[in-house]
Design a protein around this ligand. Structure first.
Ligand code: PLP
Length: 388
């Protein structure tokens, strides 16, 4: 098969085009009925009282932290295996990211290590539902409550993921979603904050709109993080398709993982807990480099040469990023000059994340793939394993 297999692609058709056309011709682009309707429908889908639309997942995290009053010197516990936004949002509030390890099977925050990392300065924790899995929320929420710590779920990769029958984004104090182009559903760029907390939702609406409550009335520090009507119109159509797309994504991933379990002993398929509905933003497998005698980077290269695109990111724990090692987001200033204790990321070493960072790849699993294409992925992996 000479055909290229993409790892991800947006699923958009005439319905989204028509929805955007209607907005453009309406002349009403900002703070209109579509954003409101998208918020209401998304809140209903997740099972929360409020949803607040913003223009990216990063903005959602930033607004959630700001709405909870997280500020200079406050510590926020995060997983080091995620996209950098989970951390940069904390830095933008002049707060201090503190890293806790992950569980080896789920790749999500390890509740026991979260508890160990709590100090008197800890104000929030951000469990990331990475790759479409769900973090161990019962334990995380229990520990957080006992220590008066807010829980912000990073659901940027987990639209429709369920933990013990509840959708992620409805379990912590707030949930933050991204609608970036390759996500389970897209608005082009966009994000959403979900919450049952009336006060948090109200603050979030003000902060996303310049901290403004009326013309010329700025009551808090805010941003222009509004979602446009154009993006919301796309989101409304995509939301209707989400469950169908998720089912296909799940079916493709379970098929691939089952084939790999049976046929390829140098790829480790992670165990998924029975009470989690994993929605497979990624179809993640761990490359057992010693067993295949090849580095993961080399495997990724060979797959690409064979026309198969894979995801290969978060190759290093985030605490190794230069901006953190140098303590340099705002040179010489807050957040690190505002820290209430000495921070040095050179000293951070989290064994589980170190063990698997750089060895996880995400196989093509998007809803448009056929069984033939999935089989071709498995056959190509087998071929590479045989050294052909
Ligand atoms: C785990 C995680 N958090 C946050 C974000 C940020 O979302 P956005 O790209 O919409 O700003 C992403 C986006 O890729 C993500 O994967």
């Amino acid at each position: 098969m000479g055909k290229k297999i993409k790892v991800a692609k947006p699923f958009v058709d005439e319905e989204e085009v028509q929805a955007v056309r209607e907005v453009l011709l309406s002349g009403h682009y900002v703070s209109g009925p579509r954003v409101k309707e998208f918020e209401e429908k998304f809140a209903e889908y997740i099972g929360v009282k409020h949803a607040v639309a913003v223009n990216s997942g990063t903005a959602a995290l930033h607004v959630a932290l700001a709405s909870l009053g997280i500020g200079p010197g406050d510590e926020v516990i995060v997983s080091p295996l995620t996209f950098f936004s989970t951390v940069s949002a904390v830095l933008h509030q002049n707060a201090i990211p503190v890293f806790a390890d992950i569980e080896l099977e789920s790749f999500c925050l390890d509740p026991a290590d979260f508890e160990r990392k709590i100090t008197e300065n800890t104000k929030a924790v951000i469990p990331v539902h990475i790759f479409g899995n769900a973090a161990e929320m019962d334990e995380i929420v229990k520990i957080a409550k006992e220590n008066d710590v807010s829980v912000i779920e990073d659901c940027a990769q987990a639209h429709g993921t369920e933990y013990k029958g509840r959708k992620v984004g409805s379990i912590g104090d707030a949930g933050c979603f991204s609608f970036y182009a390759t996500k389970h559903m897209t608005t082009g760029e966009g994000g959403m904050i979900t919450t049952d907390n009336n006060d948090l939702a109200e603050k979030a609406r003000i902060i996303r709109n310049h901290g403004m409550v009326g013309r010329d009335q700025h009551v808090m520090l805010g941003y222009n993080y509004r979602m446009s009507e154009i993006n919301a119109a796309i989101g409304l159509v995509q939301l209707k398709k989400l469950e169908k797309l998720n089912e296909l994504r799940i079916k493709n991933s379970l098929y691939l993982l089952d084939q790999i379990r049976k046929k390829i002993d140098w790829l480790k398929v992670p165990e998924i807990k029975g009470y989690i509905r994993h929605t497979f933003f990624w179809c993640p497998v761990i490359v057992l480099e010693d067993k295949i005698g090849m580095r993961a980077t080399e495997l990724v290269k060979k797959l690409r040469e064979n026309g198969i695109e894979v995801r290969y990111r978060y190759r290093e724990p985030l605490y190794k990023q230069k901006v953190l090692l140098d303590l340099s987001p705002y040179p010489g200033g807050c957040p690190f000059s505002c820290a209430r204790r000495q921070i040095d990321y050179h000293n951070v070493f989290l064994p589980n994340v170190e063990k698997i960072a750089g060895k996880i790849i995400g196989l093509p699993n998007h809803p448009g793939l056929t069984k033939e294409e999935l089989d071709h992925v498995v056959e190509t992996l087998e071929k590479i394993g045989r050294g052909v």
